[in-house]
Design a binder for this molecule. Structure first.
Ligand SMILES: [Cu+2]
Length: 70
């Protein structure tokens, strides 16, 4: 099933950071759409919950050095 979440990411300070976060999430299988916003720190993600989950998404982002707050 496709699942849609919006998470908050701390530590994105420029467009490059947003791209880095988006790319790290996009690399997970089952992720269909990622859209990060620099101003708000919000990242909208659409993913197939039979292939990945919030835990894997969080780990991917935190592996790049950013902090997921919710
Ligand atoms: Cu940056």
């Amino acid at each position: 099933m496709a699942n849609q979440v919006t998470i908050h990411v701390q530590g994105m300070t420029c467009g490059g950071c947003v791209k880095s976060v988006e790319n790290s999430v996009n690399a997970l299988s089952g992720v269909e759409k990622v859209n990060g916003q620099l101003e708000t720190g919000k990242v909208d993600i659409v993913f197939n919950d039979s292939q990945t989950d919030i835990k894997q998404i969080t780990d991917a982002i935190e592996g790049k050095g950013y902090t997921v707050v919710a």
